[in-house]
Design a protein around this ligand. Structure first.
Ligand SMILES: *Cc1c(COP(=O)(O)O)cnc(C)c1O
Length: 385
């Protein structure tokens, strides 16, 4: 059996090596390292793929979130509501901009922000909601858009984990993750579903004015050469990374399908075990059995284990050569940097439970049947004692 990895970037590279190597060498030969034609071409191709009007590439997913908030003109003291159960980047940029983070609980089934908790957290100072499409599945965007409309709030999608996922609205219409709110951010960190070979990110929006504002912000607040109209940042996607992403974008749907296939096999193997709760797809946008459902693109395949010593399970898997992850072990409201007396433990029952139960199994595009069978058997042997 091939050695099991949490993410197999080498195996994926081997299949696109010729194209990637040639494109990277071409960039070097052209010396157009910054804002070269590759960056522009990638931007256009991603706009088309996502069906959004504007993609603004930038240096990483954390910058993308920060720049989205700067572009919307959020001001110190404005309250921004986001999920308690996510990667820290989301709350970090809110705090960094001196906005007030308002962390709220998530839903048990989807791991995503709970619209009812959002509703309860709204005050006259609330300006935006940041749903994170965690682990590859969209948050409940029907409810979030409705709340936002009712209270005149911006919706900023953190789409770092769900690029290529679709969301089906209650009326049957379908949109791609990242094209739903006012603005969205993504990350091209190597292990993300569309990863480059270094750091990268992008902001998406359908709003022409906002796109114009953001294009200046990423470039030192410049709209005309050496005229700095607003305080900006320096955040660029470099041409070599764009070349890698151009080589990978045409494969994104196939990559996501490979992840879905692996997830399907995991779920089948765990079926009927009452100590293991497999990830739930809360919406269906097609027929999963036919491989045409993109409602979950499994950035992570995350189980909840009930009445099982989760940390001992992690140790057992590691001892058997199976890497795994605990995303995320500590609620954000309990992190030293983000603690605040405004928060009440009683307001986070789900997050407080999830941090003890979750375990993410190896998930990438190169998992084979032998590896999946070994992983599921090792998990089941431990869980069944
Ligand atoms: C990865 C990630 C980010 C940050 O992306 P970087 O490119 O690493 O800065 C932000 N939010 C979420 C949910 C992520 O998973």
């Amino acid at each position: 059996m091939k050695k099991i990895q949490m993410v197999d970037l080498k195996g994926q590279y081997a299949q696109i090596k010729d194209r990637v190597d040639q494109s990277v060498l071409d960039v070097i030969a052209s010396s157009a390292f910054i804002n070269g034609p590759e960056v522009h071409a990638f931007q256009k191709e991603l706009e088309e793929y996502l069906d959004v009007k504007h993609v603004i590439p930038c240096a990483n997913g954390t910058d993308a979130l920060q720049i989205a908030m700067m572009g919307l003109g959020l001001k110190p003291g404005d309250e921004v509501i986001t999920a308690d159960f996510t990667f820290a980047a989301t709350v970090e940029v809110i705090a960094l901009l001196q906005l007030t983070p308002v962390l709220v609980d998530v839903e048990k089934d989807s791991f995503n922000i709970d619209p009812e908790a959002v509703r309860k957290a709204i005050t006259p100072k609330t300006k935006a909601i940041v749903p994170v499409h965690l682990f590859g599945q969209c948050a409940n965007m029907d409810a979030i858009l409705e709340i936002a409309k009712e209270h005149d709030l911006y919706v900023i999608e953190d789409n770092a984990q769900a690029i290529g996922a679709s969301y089906t609205f209650a009326d049957g219409s379908v949109k791609k993750a990242g094209g739903i709110g006012h603005v969205a951010s993504t990350s091209f960190f190597p292990s993300k579903n569309l990863g480059c070979y270094g750091d990268g990110g992008a902001i998406f929006t359908n709003d022409d004015d906002l796109a114009h504002t953001i294009r200046g912000i990423v470039n030192h607040g410049m709209y005309k050469r050496y005229h700095h109209d607003v305080v900006g940042v320096n955040s660029r996607l470099d041409s070599i990374q764009a070349a890698v992403l151009r080589a990978k974008l045409p494969n994104l749907d196939a990559y996501n399908a490979a992840r879905q296939m692996a997830a399907h096999k995991y779920t089948e193997a765990f079926k009927g075990n009452d100590k293991i709760i497999t990830p739930k797809t809360t919406k269906l946008c097609g027929n999963p059995a036919e491989g045409d459902c993109n409602c979950h693109v499994y950035h992570q395949y995350t189980l909840r284990v009930i009445d099982v010593d989760r940390d001992a399970l992690v140790k057992h898997l590691n001892e058997n050569g199976i890497p795994c992850g605990v995303y995320y072990p500590i609620p954000l409201h309990a992190q030293k940097a983000y603690k605040d007396e405004r928060y009440n433990e009683a307001d986070f029952p789900v997050t407080n439970q999830l941090v003890k139960e979750v375990i993410s199994l190896p998930m990438h595009t190169e998992l084979d049947d032998e590896q999946i069978a070994f992983i599921t058997k090792t998990v089941l042997d431990f869980v069944n004692g």
